[in-house]
Design a binder for this molecule. Structure first.
Ligand SMILES: [Cu+2]
Length: 128
C-alpha cells in the first residue's frame, strides 16, 4: 500500500517561522518532528536539515516532491521542498506516520489541523 493517507495526524512539535530563511533545522524525535509546523511563503524553496535525535530510525517522506530519506539514529539529512501556491505541504516519517510523526509547511491561517491555534498569543514565541 503506497498510497498516501487522506488524513494525516500531526503530533505538535512546535512552530518555526522560516519565511526569511532558506534552511530550517528540524529534529526527528521519538515520535515527532520539532518543529512540526513551519511557516513559509507560497512558492518558497526551503531546505529542511533533519537530524535524528531519537533512539530509533526515522524517515522524511513527501511523495509529491519525490522526497524519501531514511535517517539512522544520529544521522542528518537535507531535503529540499517547495511550498505550494496554496495550502500547506505535509511531510511524514513513513515509519511512524500512524503515530502522528508528521509536519507541515506553509503560510499561517491555512493550518491543516496542526494543534491548537494560538488565539490570544502574541506571535510565534520561539520554540526551544
Ligand atoms: Cu519516525
Amino acid at each position: 500500500m503506497a498510497s498516501a493517507a487522506a488524513l494525516v495526524l500531526v503530533t505538535d512539535g512546535g512552530t518555526k517561522d522560516a519565511t526569511a530563511l532558506s534552511e530550517v533545522a528540524v529534529d526527528a524525535k521519538d515520535y515527532l518532528f520539532s518543529p512540526s509546523s513551519i511557516v513559509a511563503r507560497p512558492g518558497q524553496v526551503l531546505t529542511l536539515v533533519v537530524h535524528n535525535v531519537g533512539t530509533t530510525e526515522h524517515n522524511v517522506r513527501q511523495d509529491a516532491q519525490h522526497v524519501n530519506a531514511d535517517l539512522a539514529t544520529g544521522a542528518t539529512t537535507r531535503v529540499r521542498l517547495t511550498v505550494p501556491a496554496s495550502g500547506r505541504l505535509v511531510f511524514v516519517c513513513e515509519d511512524h506516520a500512524a503515530s502522528g510523526m508528521a509536519g507541515s509547511i506553509g503560510p499561517t491561517g491555512t493550518a491543516a489541523a496542526t494543534g491548537s491555534p494560538s488565539s490570544g498569543g502574541g506571535g510565534y514565541g520561539g520554540y526551544g
